[in-house]
Write a protein that binds this ligand. Structure first.
Ligand SMILES: *Cc1c(COP(=O)(O)O)cnc(C)c1O
Length: 350
C-alpha cells in the first residue's frame, strides 16, 4: 500500500476507484464510456453530480453548476472573458505560478490587469495584504490555495466587487461561503476526481453580460448554463467519478468533517517540521496551506538518506516543485492520517 502525497492528479478513496472501475466495465449493461451522454442514465449522473456539489458546499439559489473541459488553465481565459465589463480592468492577486497564469490569460483577452497584491518579492512564501483593493475594476480574482508554494488564504477576500476564485486545490477541503463569489472554478483533479472536468460554480446574474467582442461559443458560460452543462460531450468519466467522490465526502460528514481531518493531518506534519531540527518549513504562520505543505532540509547532506527512508516507507509524490525545491506533501481529502504518521515517523528516524 503506497502513501500518495502527490500534488495532482489526486488521491481518491479506494472505494471510489473501485466503483469507477466497475462502471467502466458495466454501467447498466454497457460501459460508462460507451453510452450516450444524452441517455437518461448519464443525464441522471450529471444531475446528481450537480446537486451533490450544491449540497456539499451549501450553494445558495441563483447559481449554476457546470462541468467544462480544458482544466483550470482554460478557466483562466473563461473567467476573464465572461467577467469583462465596460472598464475592461480587473484586480488580480499574484500568489505564484497559477495566479500568474490567470493574470497572463486576462491580459491576453484584453483586460488591463491591476496586480494590487503580490508576494513575488519573497518567492511567494506568504499571502500578501489585500488592504488596497482597487475600486475602478470590473472584478477581483485570486487563487485560494497555492498548490506549488504551500500558502493558503484563510479568509475570503472582502470586497463589494464581483469576486472570482481559482479553488482548484482546496475546494471541498473545508466549508466556503459561496454567496460571496460570482465564479468559483476548480480543475477536478486536485481534490474532486480524475482530470477532465473543471467545475464552475457560477452566479446566474453574471451570465451573458460580457462586453468582450471575442467570445467563442465554447468559452461563453451562458451557453453551458443554458444547456445544463451538456452543450457538447462532457467528460463523462471525470464527472461520474467526481459524483462518486462527492457521495463519499457527504457520507463521511461533508466538508465540515473533512476540514477537521485536514486540520489534524496538517498539524501533525507542521508540528514535526517545526520540532525537528533537520527540517524547516517553507511557509510560516497563518499563511500555511493545509493541502500542500512545503518544507526543506536544513542540511543538503541529509538528502540521500531522507529520500531513501521515505522511498522505503512506500511514500510517493513527496518531491518539491522546482520553484521551491525541497519537499511538498500534498494532503488532499482522501489521504489518511495514517499516511501522515508514516511520513512523520520517517522524519523522526532521520
Ligand atoms: C493545478 C492547478 C491549476 C491548473 O489546473 P489544470 O486543470 O491542470 O489546468 C490551476 N490552478 C491551481 C490552483 C492549480 O493547483
Amino acid at each position: 500500500m503506497k502513501h500518495n502525497f502527490g500534488a495532482g492528479p489526486c488521491i481518491l478513496p479506494q472505494d471510489v476507484f473501485k466503483q469507477a472501475a466497475d462502471a467502466v466495465l458495466n454501467f447498466n449493461g454497457l460501459s460508462l464510456l460507451e453510452i450516450s451522454h444524452r441517455s437518461p442514465d448519464f443525464v441522471k449522473v450529471m444531475e446528481e453530480a450537480q446537486s451533490l456539489v450544491k449540497e456539499a458546499l451549501n450553494v445558495p439559489e441563483g447559481y449554476s453548476i457546470l462541468f467544462i473541459q480544458g482544466g483550470a488553465s482554460l478557466g483562466f481565459t473563461i473567467v476573464a472573458l465572461n467577467m469583462m465589463r465596460d472598464k475592461k480592468k480587473a484586480g488580480y492577486i499574484n500568489t505564484g505560478t497559477w495566479a500568474k497564469g490567470a493574470i497572463n490569460e486576462a491580459k491576453a483577452v484584453g483586460i488591463d490587469v491591476n496586480i494590487f497584491a503580490t508576494s513575488e518579492d519573497n518567492n511567494f512564501n506568504y499571502i500578501p495584504s489585500t488592504d488596497n483593493i482597487p475600486t475602478d475594476v470590473d472584478f477581483i480574482h485570486y487563487t485560494s490555495n497555492n498548490t506549488i508554494f504551500g500558502t493558503q488564504f484563510q479568509d475570503v477576500i472582502e470586497t463589494d466587487l464581483p469576486l472570482i476564485c481559482d479553488m482548484s486545490s482546496d475546494i471541498f477541503s473545508k466549508p466556503v461561503d459561496v454567496s460571496k463569489f460570482d465564479i468559483i472554478y476548480a480543475g477536478a483533479q486536485k481534490n474532486l476526481g480524475p482530470a477532465g472536468a473543471t467545475l464552475y460554480i457560477v452566479k446566474d446574474e453574471i451570465l451573458g453580460k460580457s462586453t468582450s467582442e471575442f467570445m467563442p461559443k465554447y468559452l461563453n458560460l451562458k451557453n453551458h448554463a443554458d444547456k445544463g452543462s451538456m452543450m457538447n460531450t462532457p467528460p463523462v468519466f471525470s464527472i461520474y467519478t467526481s459524483m462518486l467522490n462527492l457521495r463519499n465526502l457527504i457520507a463521511n460528514g461533508g466538508v465540515e468533517a473533512a476540514q477537521e481531518r485536514n486540520e489534524a493531518k496538517a498539524k501533525l506534519l507542521y508540528d514535526e517540521i517545526d520540532r525537528n531540527p533537520k527540517f524547516k518549513a517553507a511557509v510560516s504562520g497563518k499563511d500555511r496551506s493545509l493541502m500542500n505543505i512545503t518544507f526543506l532540509l536544513e542540511n543538503d547532506a541529509d538528502k540521500n538518506r531522507f529520500d531513501q527512508l521515505w522511498n522505503d516507507a512506500e511514500i510517493v509524490g513527496l518531491k518539491g516543485h522546482r520553484s521551491v525545491g525541497g519537499y511538498r506533501a500534498s494532503m488532499y481529502n482522501a489521504l489518511k492520517i495514517e499516511s501522515v504518521e508514516v511520513l512523520v515517523n520517517v522524519m523522526k528516524e532521520l
